[in-house]
Design a protein around this ligand. Structure first.
Ligand code: AMP
Ligand code: ZN
Ligand code: FE
Ligand code: FE
Length: 306
């Protein structure tokens, strides 16, 4: 397959197995049509989409990498509230410890949804579980974005952002905590399942100024982290350079992807994000080298990024 530097990849993609709107197979088709060289499915706390792809057979004209995005509790040195997500790549989809951990996370997500609805009802918003279930591809994977979407459809908010800003976001009146795996344990589970652990979208972590992102990442590296997500639609070029420099100094892999969610985030496109994201194929090969145990993660030189 292609080592041409113009070939792009997408290593952060959600399917209907979590809160994406395209099925796993539709995503593979779209990735092939988009001429991507590689794709990883990284559903929230679920590998059922990746299992479907593997069971159906992966086409020969694209590389497919198994993945997951685990909802993790931040390390105690991190004071902020941003989404602390750990990506796992190249995992054994049937690893028993991973499977059990994902079941625990899914059960917690499921328990949370009725509590969110109760809070919304108390705020005078008449939303039922039946309403919300119409939005989820997999009822077990119902999350806040599905609730947000039904609020939009009912005309109660103008868009998904407003739903999070007014009701569903962390600290907002309908927010309910869910269980998160301690980040060190999440990293350990991914490694134990044969995978590599990567810190997702460091640019979404808030209030890292006091402690410094690099110290947090260094701490995660001590816990077994192998990389950070450098290429991401919300990372502007200054952030991208900053994260690439951190990866280089700490000898961590750089990864990247769009966090594609289909029509739940219609402005983000598979492979290109807002239109200008390019994650080079080389990122995939370096990740494969680390997975194969071919030495430490040598970071790509910064000047090769675009
Ligand atoms: P959950 O797993 O139910 O906690 O929902 C997490 C998902 O909600 C993530 O995939 C995000 O894409 C989405 N999300 C979180 N915060 C926001 C926000 N402020 N605006 C829009 N989407 C958000
Ligand atoms: Zn999501
Ligand atoms: Fe995430
Ligand atoms: Fe994601």
């Amino acid at each position: 397959m292609d080592s041409n530097p113009t070939v792009g990849i997408d290593l952060h993609v959600h399917s209907t197995a979590s809160d994406g709107t395209l099925s796993p197979h539709a995503l593979i088709d779209l990735a092939r049509k988009s001429k991507l060289g590689a794709i990883a499915l990284t559903d929230h706390d679920s590998v059922s989409g990746a299992r479907q792809v593997v069971a159906g057979g992966v086409p020969t004209d694209i590389h497919f990498l198994t993945g997951v995005e685990i909802s993790a509790a931040p390390p105690s040195i991190y004071p902020g509230k941003g989404s602390f997500h750990i990506l796992g790549y190249g995992i054994d989809l049937f690893d028993p410890t991973l499977t059990k951990a994902l079941e625990t996370l899914q059960a917690s997500r499921k328990n949370r949804n009725p509590q969110i609805l109760t809070r919304l009802n108390a705020l005078g918003i008449p939303l039922t579980m039946a309403d919300v279930l119409t939005e989820a591809g997999d009822p077990d994977q119902l999350g806040r974005p599905h609730i947000a979407r039904i609020l939009v459809k009912k005309g109660l908010v103008k868009d998904i952002d407003e739903a999070f800003d007014r009701y569903l976001g962390n600290g907002k009146p309908a927010y309910v905590e869910k269980y998160r795996i301690p980040c060190g344990r999440a990293i350990e589970i991914i490694r134990n399942a044969g995978g590599v652990a990567v810190l997702a979208h460091p640019g979404l972590l808030k209030n890292t100024d006091g402690i410094g992102l690099e110290r947090i990442v260094a701490h995660l590296k001590d816990l077994g982290l192998s990389g950070i997500e450098v290429f991401y639609p919300e990372h502007d070029s200054a952030m991208q350079s900053r994260f690439a420099a951190i990866a280089k100094r700490l000898e961590l892999l750089m990864t990247g992807g769009t966090d594609f969610h289909g029509s739940l985030k219609p402005e983000v496109h598979l492979g290109t994000g807002y239109g200008d994201l390019h994650v080079p194929m080389d990122v995939y090969y370096r990740l494969m080298d680390v997975l194969a145990g071919n030495g430490i993660a040598a970071p790509t030189p910064i000047q090769q990024m675009s």
